[in-house]
Design a binder for this molecule. Sequence first.
Ligand code: UDP
Ligand code: MG
Length: 323
Amino acid sequence: MSAASLTTTPLVSLVVPVFNEQESIPVFIDAIINERQQWDFDTEIIFVDDGSSDQSLTLLRQAAEQYDFIQYVSFSRNFGKEIALSAGLDHARGDAAVMLDVDLQHPLATIPEFVDKWQNEGYDMVYGLRNLDNQETWLKRATSRLFYKLFNLMAHSPLPEGGGDFRLLDRKVIDALCAMPERNRFMKGLYAWVGFKSVGIRYEQPARELGESKFNYWKLWNFALDGLVSFSTWPLRMWSYVGGVVAVLAFIYASLIVIKTLVSGVDVPGYASMLTGVLFLGGMQLLSIGVIGEYLGRLFVETKNRPLYVVAEKRTHTKEDAE
Ligand code: UDP
Ligand code: MG
C-alpha cells in the first residue's frame, strides 16, 4: 500500500530487538508512551526477545498484559540482532515499520521525521545517518570507516556511510525483505540490495546510558566478515589475479636463473631464495583455501534450510485479528 493512498491513520510498527536489557526496557516503554501521544500516526511495538537470560522477558510479558499496543516474540535462544529484526518484521502489521534499539541510542524524536518523509515525500525507506566520528573509541571510528570503504569497493549495492538499522521501511520493503530466504542476514546489505526510493536523515546518537553494548570487537569482526562474504565474491575472485601475477613473476625469475646459469655457469643453489619462495607460496595457498572455506561454510549453512529462528513464546496481534 502506498503512503499517499492511505485515507485512515497509518499504523507504524516499531520493531525492537532485546537481548538482556532489563535496565533499559522500563525506561524505553515510558519514553515511548510519553512520545506517542504527540504522534499523528498509530503505533504498535513488537519486541523481539533474543534469548535473554535476565528479567527482560518477564518485563515484556507484563508490558504486553498492561498495554494492548505492546507485543512480543521470544526466541528459544540467542539468534543475534539481525535475525531478531527479521522476526520483528515477520510479525509487523503496520503500513510501515521502524526498527530501533531499546537502549534509546536511537532518538524517538527522529521517528516523526521518518514518517513525514515517507508519508509526504513518498520515500519507501528512510534511514538514520549517524556521525561515525562521534563513536566512543578511535578504534571503532577507524574500523567502521574502513568497513564502509571496503564494502562499497567490493559489493554491487553500496551502503550509505553511517546508515544502520535505525530506519523506516514501507510495507513494500518489509514484504521484499521477508521474502528473502537466506539464513545469513546481514541486514544493512539486504536493505541496500532490495533498492526502493530511499533517503537518509542525520541524527545524533547519544552514548548508551543503561546496561552495556552487546557487541565486542570479536563479534563486530565476524559481523563485518559476514557482510563482506555475503555480498561480494571479490575475496574469491581475487585469488585468480594473485595467482596470475605470481605465475608471471615466477616465469621471469626462472628465465633470469637460466640466463645467469648459461652466462656464468652453475652456481651454489640459492637456499634462502628457495625457502622464501616455498614459504610465501605455502602461506598464499593456505590463505586462499581459507577464503574458499568461508564461502563453503556459508553455503553449507544455507543448504540445510533450517528455519531462521525458533519462537518459544509470543503474544502478538496476528494479521487476521486486525481484519
Ligand atoms: N541485540 C539483540 N541480540 C544480540 C545483541 C543485541 O537483540 O545478540 C539488541 C540489543 O538488545 C539492542 C540492539 O540489539 O536493542 C543493539 O545492541 P547494542 O546497543 O548492544 O549495540 P551497539 O549500540 O553497541 O552497537
Ligand atoms: Mg546500543
